[in-house]
Structure formats: C-alpha cells, structure tokens
Design a binder for this molecule. Structure first.
Ligand code: PMV
Length: 348
C-alpha cells in the first residue's frame, strides 16, 4: 500500500461492505518457522517483493442476522481448512471492532492455489484490508500488516508496494505487546528494474502444508538454527544490495537464502521435499543462463515452482530458457507491484 493513500484506510467509519485487491509477494529472504504459532510471530525477519500479477479481489459484506460467516472462492463455497482459517480471522476482526455481525466474504483468486505461489499472502492481505474497512477498525498500513499476519504470516508483506521487510518482533511481555512488535514496512530500493519470471512447474495442491513443514523443520532439522542465524546476515546484505541498486547481489543473496531454507527441510525428520525433477531442471537452466552472462537467480517456496529474478530487459529471454528447460505448465513475467488497497468495484 503506498504511503500516499492511507486516508481511505484510516476511516474508523464502518462501511458494511468493502472490496480490496492484493497481489502475492515472493520472499527474497525467507520466512520459515514460527516462534509463536498463535500470534504468527516468525522466528526470523524476512524481505519480499510484491508482484504486479495474480491479484486476489475480496469483498466483505456484513450480514446482520446471519448465524455464521459465508465464504466463497471463485464462486464456490469455501470448505475445510480454508473456511476455518477465514472464519477464525473474521472472529479476530470482530473481537477488535466490538461488533458481532457475521460476514459474507467473496474472493476471486487468480493465483494457482496451494502451489507455493503464496496465494495465502494475497488472500489474507485482501481480506485484512476489506474486513478492517467493513468493520471500521481504522488501521493504518502497519496495523493492516499486523492484522494480515494473523491470517498468514507472508500476507503481512503484501500490504506494501514493491520491497517490504517483515520484522519478527518479540515474544516478551503481554500477548498484545508481542503482537504489536511484528509488522512489515517498505524497504527502499535504488535504481532497480527487476523482473521475476515465475515458472509454474505444477499447480497441484502441495502434500505438506507450509504450516506443518515449518513446524517439522523447526522441531527436527539440525540445519534449522544455522540457517536462521545465516538468514540474519543475508538480510543485512540484502538491504545493502537493494540500497545500492545491485541486482546481481540481490539475486545471489536471494538464491543462497532459498537454497538454505530448502536444505533445512531436506534435513527434517521425516524430510520435506518440495522440489521436483522439473524444479531442478529449471535450476540447471538458471545456472546455464549465468554461464552465458545473464544475471538470473532462482528462489523457491513451499512448492515445486521456481521464480527467477533478472533485469527486466532479460525477462523474455529468461522465460524462453525456462520453457525450454523442463515441461513447465506456464511461465509468467512479473515486476514489482502495488500493495493491498481498497477498490470501489464489486466482486462478481
Ligand atoms: O504462506 P505462509 O505464510 O504459510 O508461508 C510461506 C513461507 C514461504 O513462502 C515459504 C516463504 C516466505 O517468506 O514467503
């Protein structure tokens, strides 16, 4: 969300109905592991780029008299874990607003859900902005990032345009103090014209949720603590690279941080392996691109898809190389995008 437009969000006037749009973000320094699961306090700080593709549009309408929340995803009623997470989130918003009405929530999601493409980030960022407006919470961007965090940690970063850092915060003091300590905020980046080329290797839902995989990694992987320590140094280096507009350094740090995160999972007991043979073929093609002088660097999340950071003028060539490398389902070119925002439009 840009700093120029907080007024629309600060209104403590409840509107009864609000629609918000948010885009996914891809972490260049990863969030992997929670030190407090209930409050969604991460073990480490993370840093991401919000994308300009795959928007999620969410409308929240208060429904006085309704006995329960009603949630749809692309026109279909939400079920199971997704419905439980959204209802729990709305309950938190109700507690904070002092209002009891249930809500109708309609979400149009253009991200392939559950494929490690952070659909939960755009989803909960849009829901946080729309629900906060509908219930009249009167939150600024930092407050919205804290609220979005309670739906899905990575959503805290999609509140902001471009690059954002999410502070891990602390677990000391009261739960309220701990909650306040963890939020995202924008990070300045100088003279960067990056593209993130997304190779969708599979859009099938993942077998192990990121929540379960994080828990297992923290509990059992002997590589987790060393990664968490080195991730702190990676973040310092990343901020410096962004500050001097050094895209190859940004890419190199992002790639080593992501590979390290996957190493922690591979060493978990039992191991969590999200990367498939097609993911490794795409990683090989990224190495080949570098040998040919193209500054392309890879990052991967809780799924088999690979995202490749490169200068925007190289993006078409990189996309071509990734298509040739493996039977990838689709390739998408993204740039830095806008943070979550209220829109006037309706959802369906
Ligand atoms: O989608 P979440 O909030 O459960 O977390 C996913 C974490 C990664 O995408 C793997 C890394 C990150 O920082 O986004």
């Amino acid at each position: 969300m840009s700093a120029e437009q907080p007024s629309a969000l600060l209104s403590a006037q409840r509107t009864d109905i609000a629609t918000a749009v948010a885009q996914p973000n891809i972490a260049l320094i990863k969030y992997w592991g929670k030190k407090d699961e209930r409050l969604f306090l991460p073990r480490t700080d993370s840093l991401s780029m919000t994308l300009d593709i795959f928007p999620t549009t969410t409308r929240v309408r208060l429904a006085p008299g309704a006995g329960q929340d009603m949630v749809t995803f692309n026109g279909e009623p939400a079920t199971g874990d997704a419905e439980r997470r959204i209802t729990a989130f709305l309950q938190l918003v109700r507690e904070r607003s002092g209002r009891g009405e249930r809500a109708l929530v309609d979400t149009e999601n253009t991200v392939p859900t559950g494929a490690g493409l952070a659909s939960s980030a755009s989803g909960f960022a849009a829901l946080a902005v729309a629900a906060a407006a509908a219930y009249g919470l009167g939150l600024d961007a930092r407050g919205l990032s804290r609220l979005a965090r309670r739906g899905s940690g990575s959503a805290s970063r999609s509140i902001f345009d471009g690059f954002a850092v999410w502070h891990a915060g602390h677990t000391g003091g009261t739960p309220e103090e701990a909650d306040l300590s963890s939020y995202a905020e924008p990070v300045p980046a100088v003279d960067l014209d990056p593209a993130l080329v997304v190779a969708v290797v599979s859009s099938a839902p993942k077998e192990v949720s990121s929540r379960e995989a994080m828990r297992r990694t923290m509990d059992t992987s002997p590589l987790y603590e060393p990664w968490a320590v080195s991730s702190r140094a990676d973040l310092t280096d990343m901020r410096a690279a962004l500050g001097r507009g050094d895209l190859p350094a940004v890419g190199e740090i992002a790639e080593r941080n992501a590979l390290g995160m996957h190493a922690t999972m591979l060493a978990a007991r039992p191991a969590v392996r999200y990367l498939s043979p097609a993911s490794l073929a795409v990683l090989d093609s990224v190495l080949q691109l570098r040998r040919e002088g193209v500054p392309a660097y890879a990052t991967m999340d809780a799924g088999p898809n690979v995202k490749v950071l490169c200068p925007r003028p190289d993006a078409e060539g990189v996309a071509e190389a990734l298509r040739a490398a493996a039977p990838v389902g689709s390739v998408h070119i993204a740039g830095p995008g806008r943070g979550a925002r209220l829109v006037a439009g309706e959802c369906r």
